[in-house]
Design a protein around this ligand. Structure first.
Ligand code: NAX
Ligand code: K
Length: 502
């Protein structure tokens, strides 16, 4: 599976290189053909109701006009609303307009009333969007929100930034597509931030371009293939000492649950022995999971333990002290939640973090990332890939920027966007479980990059599995995640074992 993601600048460079050896308009015709095929597939055999094609002023509109001509030829009743702009029209788009005018597609002069369409095709704007949608464009986007049929976006849902997945604003709007067919290569903005809500199911049409025309991708979509090397079945002759000692350090007064959830996540993700190390005195044991060993941070020996620092840690002196010990330890560590806030407030801790010799993995949500970067959550969300890259470089750590389409970044700028998960994860404690799973994989010897990609993928897949079982998204609880993570992880290991046996 090709899971690479390209920036708009890279797509433009590929297009320019391809255009040198192609006749004018070839790419637009290919895009119009691929778009029409996707539309016909969505229509199935249905021909009773017409298809509405919205064509904007640029080349995205050109793609839509080619598509409309193709659908007309295929005998589909097509209504085109073409919104010409005042700017210069490309030769290809002008050709596409002439072709559509000469085809069996019908042109409407004004926005037709919302009616019973079989399909709406959004070809208003693609990667050339320069500003928020206003006036008639904005009205059309609102009208599309009212339709009951599938909405197919060409290249990018209009109004969405293809690089960042942000709706171009302030107070911007963007088409909510059920399906997006994106051209030349896949784009990060379709998979993170607002992208998942606006793009729907994404299909890539490569337009038959030669592989050599592409610059190396610096981002891709996460999948088990990226952490397959770490999914080895356990040897029969195993003992718990081989799967690591993990300590979750957190649980200040009133927040013991955060540490327990992280510890349970770690237990179910296969860590050999798991300690819940609390800042304040906690219950002696977890009656649901007596396997967890409770200790007080004050007299815990951090040496040799993989650490998850932060869940419910608070900001007391004792928390600072424990965090300092953890950061200076020689073992891999995960920093989450309160630990990130403490690091954000201390340049000294940040400096110690960058001097670490072993792996550091940090799992901020957008507000925590903003505190670490000295910006705002809105700024982080406006450029999730950029924020994650900056943070990874600054902290010399693998970063998981959580939220829809979690962004995983490493200091050299490489990015993975996670495709699994659902809004059921937007509940207290789910981040604690993720931190615990990250720690468990590190404790079992996974490299930090694979551990981050794998933990996020499995945590999301666990939530998807719970939704399939009717448990969520509404009302899903963090406590239900660990067992589902365990099922996902064992399923992957089994699959991998079967693939290798074949
Ligand atoms: N570049 C490529 O690699 C290819 C591009 N194709 C299509 O062409 C698209 C890019 O074409 P363009 O560069 O012409 O860009 P777009 O068609 O996305 O939009 C540019 C046009 O819209 C206007 N515009 C931008 N934002 C606006 C706003 N908010 N309100 C009103 N007008 C606005 C611009 O002035 C310009 O006229 C791609 O998304 C794709 O659909 C395909 O034909 C195949 C190859
Ligand atoms: K579009």
């Amino acid at each position: 599976m090709d899971n690479r993601l390209y920036s708009v600048a890279q797509i433009r460079a590929t297009e320019a290189a391809a255009a040198e050896s192609l006749e004018p308009g070839a790419l637009m015709r290919r895009a119009g053909r691929a778009g029409a095929d996707a539309a016909l597939e969505l229509l199935g055999g249905a021909r009773e109701r017409p298809v509405l094609v919205l064509a904007g002023p640029g080349n995205n509109g050109g793609d839509a006009l080619e598509l409309a001509a193709n659908l007309g030829e295929a005998g589909v009743d097509v209504v085109v609303l073409h919104l010409a702009g005042s700017g210069k029209v490309s030769t290809e788009a002008a050709q596409a307009l002439a072709r559509a005018r000469a085809s069996r597609a019908n042109f409407a002069d004004v926005a037709p009333d919302v009616r019973d369409w079989a399909l709406v095709v959004d070809g208003l704007f693609g990667i050339g969007l320069q500003r928020p949608l206003e006036g008639r464009y904005r009205d059309l986007v609102s009208a599309i929100d009212g339709v009951r049929c599938p909405v197919l976006a060409l290249d990018v849902p209009s109004g969405l930034d293809a690089d960042s997945g942000a709706v171009v604003g302030p107070n911007g709007v963007a088409v909510h597509a059920t399906h997006t067919i994106t051209f030349i290569g896949d784009k990060p903005g379709l998979h993170t931030a607002e992208g998942r809500d606006h793009a729907g199911q994404v299909q890539v049409a490569g337009l038959e371009l030669d592989e050599a025309l592409f610059e190396p991708a610096q981002a891709c979509i996460g999948s088990p293939a990226l952490f397959a090397a770490s999914l080895a079945p356990r040897r029969q002759n195993s003992h718990k000492g081989q799967f690591g000692d993990l300590a979750v350090v957190g649980g200040a007064r009133g927040m013991t649950g955060a540490a327990v959830l992280a510890a349970r996540g770690a237990l179910y993700a296969g860590a050999g022995r798991v300690f819940a190390v609390t800042i304040d005195p906690a219950p002696a044991f977890d009656p649901v999971h007596p396997e967890l060993m409770f200790r007080l941070a004050h007299d815990f020996d951090f040496a040799g333990r993989v650490l998850v620092l932060g869940p419910g840690m608070g900001d007391a002196m004792e928390a600072m002290r424990a965090l300092g010990h953890g950061i200076d330890s020689a073992a891999p560590i995960v920093l989450d939640a309160d630990a990130l806030n403490l690091v954000a407030a201390s340049t000294e801790l940040q400096a110690r973090l960058t001097r670490r010799q072993s792996a550091t993995l940090v799992t901020p949500h957008p507000l925590e990332a903003a505190r670490l970067l000295g910006s705002s959550a809105a700024e982080v969300q406006a450029d999730r890939l950029g924020a994650a890259r900056r943070l990874a470089k600054r902290l010399q750590a693998v970063v998981v920027l959580k939220g829809a389409g979690s962004v995983i970044a490493r200091p050299d700028g490489e990015i993975v966007i996670n495709p699994t998960g659902n809004p059921g994860l937007a509940t207290g404690g789910s981040g604690d479980v993720l931190a615990g799973v990250c720690g468990a994989l590190l404790a079992q010897g996974w490299p930090a990059w694979e551990a981050a990609i794998g933990a996020v993928w499995m945590h999301g897949a666990a939530a998807d599995r719970l939704v399939d079982e009717g448990i969520g998204p509404v009302g899903m609880t963090a406590g239900e995640l660990p067992a589902a993570v365990r099922a996902v992880l064992n399923g992957l290991i089994r699959e991998r074992g079967q693939t290798r046996a074949r």
